[in-house]
Design a protein around this ligand. Structure first.
Ligand SMILES: NC(=O)c1ccc[n+]([C@@H]2O[C@H](COP(=O)([O-])OP(=O)(O)OC[C@H]3O[C@@H](n4cnc5c(N)ncnc54)[C@H](OP(=O)(O)O)[C@@H]3O)[C@@H](O)[C@H]2O)c1
Length: 234
């Protein structure tokens, strides 16, 4: 697949943030997009985009989606369900949900969708800068992201010639940080930008550029692309 024109793209976790931007770009490039998540009723649909229910913690919902949708050319799996905080405060169900969103769910997506994907199909998984640079209170995030990178390599071998690539963003102004409140978010963004080599925060467009490359470059597989402003070295 060297272009998304006329292709069917499934974006799991595409109802918000970076995923929403990927959905818009894919439609602009001629794809037919399905956004999947736990709350399809909240997804803003428009021409070329529809929303379906799929919960990565529930294999039957993945199996049902695969049966309903039929063959899909490309999958972008970027769901995240965070379980951050000091180890002693971690609730095991939250930990499992977080690892389901990043690792177990994507394994099940591959199990149910890959059998009907074309040979030139592509899967993009999502890691994040915490995989390369763990910090305190992010044990689950660091582990899930690192596992997503390993999973991309393993699936690339298992599903070849279907390509599988992991994308690892740094800090992105995707809306996910808005819960911090404006003041705290702006302090966090300023200190992050001051410390990374790019001296800025990333945008959903920055990450989308890389996802488009991962979906359409036929020689790109079994690797992780870092789009983090060098933040993993900061
Ligand atoms: N933003 C950053 O600074 C940053 C940094 C490093 C890495 N990343 C990675 O980039 C990706 C996108 O980030 P973002 O900021 O755009 O995230 P986001 O806006 O929080 O989106 C996460 C999405 O995951 C979906 N989701 C969560 N649990 C799910 C489940 N069990 N089944 C299906 N969908 C589920 C949510 O949709 P529903 O609630 O509707 O299900 C939501 O749309 C994530 O993988 C994140 O870890 C982001």
């Amino acid at each position: 697949m060297t272009s998304l024109r006329g292709r069917r793209v499934l974006i799991v976790g595409g109802g918000s943030g970076i995923g929403r931007e990927i959905a818009s770009r894919a439609v602009a490039d001629g794809a037919d997009v399905v956004i999947a998540g736990r709350h399809p009723e909240k997804v803003e649909v428009s021409a070329g985009i529809r929303a379906i229910a799929l919960d990565l913690t529930d294999e039957s919902s993945i199996e049902r989606a695969a049966a309903d949708l039929g063959a899909i050319d490309a999958i972008v799996a970027l769901a995240a369900d965070h379980a951050n905080g000091p180890l002693v405060t971690l609730d095991v169900d939250r930990v499992r949900r977080a690892l389901d969103a990043k690792v177990v769910g994507p394994i099940l997506l591959a199990k149910h969708f890959a059998p009907t994907m074309p040979e030139d199909g592509a899967i993009v998984l999502f890691s994040g800068v915490a995989a390369s640079r763990p910090s305190r209170d992010l044990v689950v995030m660091a582990t899930g992201n690192r596992a997503a990178e390993g999973l991309a390599d393993a699936l690339a071998v298992e599903l070849a010639p279907i390509r599988v690539v992991a994308v690892s963003p740094g800090i992105i102004d995707s809306g996910a940080w808005d819960t911090m409140g404006a003041e705290q978010k702006s302090r966090f963004f300023a200190s992050t930008a001051a410390a990374n080599p790019a001296r800025r925060i990333g945008s959903p467009q920055d990450v989308t550029d890389v996802v488009m490359l991962a979906l359409t470059n036929p020689f790109l597989t079994a690797t992780t692309i870092h789009i983090d402003g060098g933040g993993r070295l900061a």
